[in-house]
Design a protein around this ligand. Structure first.
Ligand code: PMP
Length: 412
């Protein structure tokens, strides 16, 4: 019987979303789950995505529900890799050599990429520890705990300045991380804090990883969504990738949930980068990744990756996707500013600059658990206990209400 099972933790984000949906109060505001919402508080199929869906419907391709290969759609994978690492489609010889360092497989979105990467490394690389930032996306803990790899944490957020705790992070990695340990890094728009290392700070982190032979594991869930530029948001990954003497082994979990608005379609990829010394290594890695995938879920899903493939492979659609990214990232920036302006207007005690300085989908507001719970029970405003607010839940219509509610709970 299963009656003696240990209790399993409930996922805070999905539980909170459930409570929001069940709430019948007309004033309710969802600042919990990380999904993009329009000014009308609606989900938004990207205009580029809609065009492709209409085209797919018109074409009525009888093969559209066929199985993919175990590694996934090869054209999609090439385009996904090129987007991440900045390769052009007409590659030079040196670019082709760089591409050959990488083993790519299609995954069940970003979570699946994190999982397949963790499973592969646990089995074949056998790290003693994985270093995860404090705080981090909560699922990182679950994913690595399920692989039985001991988790260690490095400081990330300096609450007194609401900024990246660079000294804390590098001091810990420098003095405590050991050769062969995995270091989990958010490629951009760190979740939940919204603060990223500067380029100079990234260089130092890379130098430590390279010198101490740590294994960088990049989680890229917001490429193009954070700054509006896919190249800018991939800067850290590309910097690590392009280091020489010696080139580093590393990997990237790539999600298309946010930047293509394909949340439920589970489009993603995992890229393991070899050091390039042995050209037969990447195909061997891919074979082993395929072995894991076949035993777990056979292959990634087809619908979302078909859409991403079509957009990334066509210059006009790609330009339209770029416009879509700008629409989403600029609305979020506008809402940050609107919340900040309201809090300043209300003279809400404390400093709120971090709301406009943080990047990506979230603001790490600095609100306490007590204040978060009061916002929920009295004002029907939902955010995570850590004080993380998904800015996309704000609109011109509700931002004054939210600011007023924050002002009320902060003054108590
Ligand atoms: N990593 C981070 C840091 C995230 O914030 C997310 C999305 N919340 C993911 C990975 C993966 O999301 P998905 O599985 O929907 O691609």
């Amino acid at each position: 019987s299963f009656s003696n099972l240990p209790d399993a933790p409930v996922d805070e984000i999905f539980a909170l979303n459930h409570a929001y949906v069940a709430d019948t109060d007309a004033r309710k505001v969802n600042l919990g789950i990380g999904v993009y919402r329009t000014e009308e508080d609606q989900p938004w199929p990207l205009s580029s995505v809609r065009l492709v869906e209409e085209e797919m419907y018109r074409q009525d391709d009888p093969a559209r529900h066929e199985y993919l290969a175990i590694e996934g759609d090869l054209t999609f994978l090439d385009l996904a890799r090129d987007l991440m690492f900045g390769f052009s489609s007409a590659s030079s010889d040196s670019e082709n050599k760089s591409k050959q360092r990488i083993a790519s497989v299609q995954t069940v979105s970003g979570t699946g990429a994190n999982h397949v990467g963790a499973a592969f490394l646990a089995q074949h690389f056998k790290p003693k520890h994985v270093w995860v930032s404090t705080p981090s996306w909560a699922n990182h803990q679950t994913i690595w705990d399920l692989q039985g790899i001991e988790r260690k944490s490095y400081p990330y957020f300096d609450a007194s300045t609401c900024s990246f705790d660079f000294n804390g992070a590098i001091t810990t990695l420098e003095s405590e991380a050991a050769e062969g340990d995995v270091v989990l890094l958010h490629a951009c728009a760190h979740n939940p804090t919204g603060v990223d290392p500067t380029k100079e700070q990234w260089k130092k982190i890379a130098e430590i990883c390279q010198r101490k032979r740590l294994f960088p594991f990049f989680d890229s869930a917001y490429q193009g969504f954070a700054s509006g530029s896919a190249d800018e948001d991939a800067w850290a990954v590309r910097y690590f990738f392009n280091l020489t003497s010696p080139p580093m082994e590393m990997c990237v979990a790539q999600s298309f949930s946010k930047n293509f608005g394909l949340y439920g379609q589970r489009a993603g990829a995992f890229h393991l980068v070899t050091n390039g010394a042995n050209p037969s290594e990447a195909p061997l890695v891919r074979k082993n990744l395929c072995h894991i995938i076949r035993g777990e879920y056979s292959m990634g899903p087809r619908y979302g990756s078909s859409i991403v493939k079509r957009i990334l492979g066509d210059s006009a659609l790609r330009a339209q996707w770029q416009d879509d990214l700008t629409i989403m990232s600029s609305r979020i920036k506008r809402m940050r500013q609107a919340l900040y302006d309201e809090l300043v207007r209300l003279k809400t005690p404390g400093s709120w600059e971090h709301v406009i300085n943080q990047i990506g989908m979230f603001s790490y507001t600095g609100l306490t658990v007590k204040q978060v719970l009061e916002l929920k029970s009295e004002f029907h405003i939902y955010l995570l206990k850590s004080g993380r607010a998904s800015i996309s839940g704000l609109t011109e219509k509700n931002v004054a209400y939210v600011a007023q509610a924050i002002d009320t709970v902060v003054r108590r």
